[in-house]
Design a protein around this ligand. Sequence first.
Ligand SMILES: Cc1cc2nc3c(=O)[nH]c(=O)nc-3n(C[C@H](O)[C@H](O)[C@H](O)COP(=O)(O)O)c2cc1C
Length: 187
Amino acid sequence: MTRPLRPPSPGEMAAPAVNAREAAGAARSQAYRDGMARIASAVHVIATDGPAGRTGFTATAVTSISDAPPTLLVCLNRASASAARLVANGVFCVNTLAADQAGLAEDFAGRSGLHGEARFSHGVWTTLATGAPLLDGALASFDCRLVEVRDIATHHVLVGEVEAVRIGTAGESLVYLDRAYRSVTGG
Ligand SMILES: Cc1cc2nc3c(=O)[nH]c(=O)nc-3n(C[C@H](O)[C@H](O)[C@H](O)COP(=O)(O)O)c2cc1C
């Protein structure tokens, strides 16, 4: 039996164009990630504590904004478990990792299966001015109060005013490059 011919519906006609646009968007995102993999970045653990609970995550998207007053920014995926807690707590500490702290970077990236409070089972943690967790042995720790949140694409841009800084012992820096941890020696 033959089917009667009918014109394609608007949805059927639009499908190839939509798929082509989605494919081009996905290729552009992949090229962006591949380009970013060529950039050597310091690795930090961003930790927060307060009424919403203690948690933290590994981040490379950390940038200085100003030294007067000392201000920095961190980009945090809004879909992460840390996002709501950090914003509710209103404080966070940027702990810049030394080369021998790659294990902590993996823990706080969720790659060891640890979540929330359980991520603090390794390392020695204290506090400084805001009550956010500060990591012993970090190269430097920047204790921040959250002063602004901007939502851009998938991420929160968290602007923190630095209330206190602890400079750790100088040593090799942990760096992420080509999707792997490396170490960089200063001086
Ligand atoms: C080297 C490295 C760098 C990362 N940088 C960021 C970052 O800058 N921002 C971000 O939102 N996630 C970043 N991530 C991913 C988070 O650490 C990861 O999604 C984490 O599990 C979030 O935890 P949560 O969902 O418990 O909040 C990075 C992961 C790795 C391994």
